[in-house]
Design a protein around this ligand. Structure first.
Ligand SMILES: Cc1cc2nc3c(=O)[nH]c(=O)nc-3n(C[C@H](O)[C@H](O)[C@H](O)COP(=O)(O)OP(=O)(O)OC[C@H]3O[C@@H](n4cnc5c(N)ncnc54)[C@H](O)[C@@H]3O)c2cc1C
Length: 489
């Protein structure tokens, strides 16, 4: 079969698929087209046959955004061509399945980086556009969509469209952040960002309370490139929300005397010696050894240990490290999510306007503690609103992401807690993130989305996908009922 000839839909092999958090599982027929034409044709042909299609790429969404039981799943991850790269302007055109790590490797030697990088190198450009992802520099450079110049997408009707701020602007604004529910992105052109070295300067400082940590974020914002806070989820009382602030600063021209060399080798030298040694261990050994750290006592010990280590080492000295090591620290440990087997993990990420952040994050942590669930990990980021996009979760303020290990016996209580945290987030005027979500209810989505935005998205969905070919677990569970699109499946 040639790369562009359509694969027969009926012969798609049925596979078990999971969200990145491993808790959400489905069985579904999966096709991974070998060309964008084949992707477009598979979507159009499924639509003609009245089939339901779920789009999937890197599979890094935590919950059910790229999963639907029994739906024909079109996987873009094999479409990974970098089609055009202009090292003079930093504009790149790629196929949908190109990963952020792949893009970094290609453009860093020429002195450029992707402007927005989420915490995992395996996230694809299509997945990043569909969720409109953010990085540790969100307050400063905005979200992924802010750097997209144009993209092409295939609609269920078979039509192929170019979308930009000038051409089909409504679809441009709604597809970015539209969670794969309007069309299949087949190509993206975007701007990247100049860097002067393959290294970045980093330091960590310790702050004994949530108020102190947030104040440190505020005073660092002016002078650094990236910011991320680690929150000690075991701390209570006056120490609630204490944590470590990681600041990174891009090096200026001339600061790295070996810039040409470090730009070329930053990726080649990553992972580090330690990481290479970890990778050489038998698969599954690290997750097995680390599994006790996901139990309540282990979570407490791990957080106390990290705080003790971080606050001791926090002389605030700047040190240099490679961009990949700074951006994808967790990717260094192979299969670390397997630590959470068999139950998996659920992440709750609350985006709260600046004025309410201190009170809201304190309330979220206290509520989790009171319910008896200690998050294994807490991560704080500074955020900026993204009003140009129809479905936007971003606010001018902060987000707190909390990872919760899932255990069968306590799962119902955990789900109740997460729905409760959703309500609490909304009470503070906050937002939740579809790419991380597994628990939003239709009523919560209705509360979260401004009515005009929901109506605009619903109108576009009805126009470009009138038979609701494109669906996902998230769409069925929460978004569709909230948009009041109740066509039978
Ligand atoms: C360890 C880890 C850290 C993370 N850190 C961050 C972070 O810092 N910031 C952040 O914003 N996110 C973060 N994420 C979430 C992640 O960036 C998003 O879930 C992202 O959407 C995943 O992209 P993917 O390529 O894996 O796509 P998938 O998860 O497979 O799909 C994501 C969405 O894209 C849609 N889609 C897939 N292919 C197409 C296509 N061709 N056309 C249109 N739509 C399509 C799917 O239907 C789905 O709705 C993190 C995830 C992990 C696992």
């Amino acid at each position: 079969m040639s790369a562009s000839s359509p694969q027969p839909l009926d012969q798609a092999p049925v596979r078990e698929l999971t969200g990145w958090g491993l808790r959400n599982r489905v069985r579904a027929p999966v096709l991974a087209p070998r060309s964008v034409d084949a992707l477009a044709e598979a979507l159009a042909s499924a639509a003609r046959d009245g089939r339901v299609v779920c789009l999937r790429a890197g599979g890094n969404s935590y919950g059910d955004a790229a999963l639907l039981e029994g739906a024909l799943t079109l996987d873009s991850s094999a479409l990974d061509g970098i089609l055009a790269w202009d090292a003079a302007t930093g504009v790149v055109t790629v196929e949908p399945g190109v990963t952020l790590a792949q893009l970094w490797r290609r453009i860093l030697p020429d002195g450029w980086r992707p402007a927005v990088t989420p915490g995992r190198g395996g996230v694809t450009v299509a997945g990043a556009a569909a969720a409109n992802v953010h990085g540790k520099n969100n307050w400063r450079v905005g979200c992924f969509g802010d750097h997209i110049v144009s993209f092409e997408q295939a609609l269920p009707s078979g039509e192929r469209l170019t979308c930009s701020r000038e051409t089909n602007p409504d679809l441009f604004a709604a597809t970015i952040g539209g969670m794969g529910l309007l069309g299949a992105i087949t190509q993206v052109t975007m701007r990247t960002m100049r860097v002067a070295s393959g290294l970045v300067a980093e330091r960590q400082t310790a702050h004994g309370s949530l108020a102190g940590l947030l104040a440190a974020f505020e005073s660092a914002k002016e002078s650094v490139s990236d910011l991320v806070g680690w929150v000690d989820t075991s701390a209570r009382g006056a120490a609630l929300g204490r944590g470590l602030l990681g600041e990174s600063r891009d090096l200026a021209l001339g600061e790295d005397p070996l810039a040409a060399e470090t730009l070329r080798t930053a990726w080649e030298r990553w992972p580090s010696g330690l990481a290479r040694a970890l990778r050489a261990l038998p698969a599954g050994l690290i997750p097995t050894l680390a599994r006790p750290l996901t139990l309540p006592l282990g979570v407490w010990v791990a957080n106390r240990g990290q705080w003790a280590r971080g606050s001791r080492a926090s002389a605030g000295h700047w040190r240099r490290m490679s961009y990949p090591a700074a951006n994808f620290p967790l990717d260094v440990i192979p299969n670390w999510r397997d630590t959470y087997r068999p139950g998996g993990l659920l992440q709750h990420q609350a985006f709260i306007p600046q004025a309410a952040a201190l009170e809201a994050f304190g309330a979220l942590l206290r509520r989790a503690h009171a319910a008896g669930y200690a998050p294994s990990l807490g991560v704080l980021k500074a955020q900026r609103a993204a009003d140009d996009f129809t479905l936007s979760y971003l606010v001018d303020g902060y987000s707190l992401a909390l990872d919760f290990p899932v255990r069968r016996q306590s799962e119902p209580g955990l789900l109740r807690l997460l729905r409760d945290l959703n309500d609490l987030t909304l009470d503070y005027g906050g937002q939740l993130y579809f790419a991380k979500d597994s628990t939003l209810t239709p009523a919560q989505v209705e509360r979260m989305l401004p009515a005009a935005c929901a109506a605009r998205f619903a109108t576009l969905k009805a126009q470009v996908d009138p038979r609701e070919t494109l669906q996902s677990g998230l769409y069925r569970r929460a978004l569709r009922p909230a948009l009041r699109l109740n066509t039978p499946a």
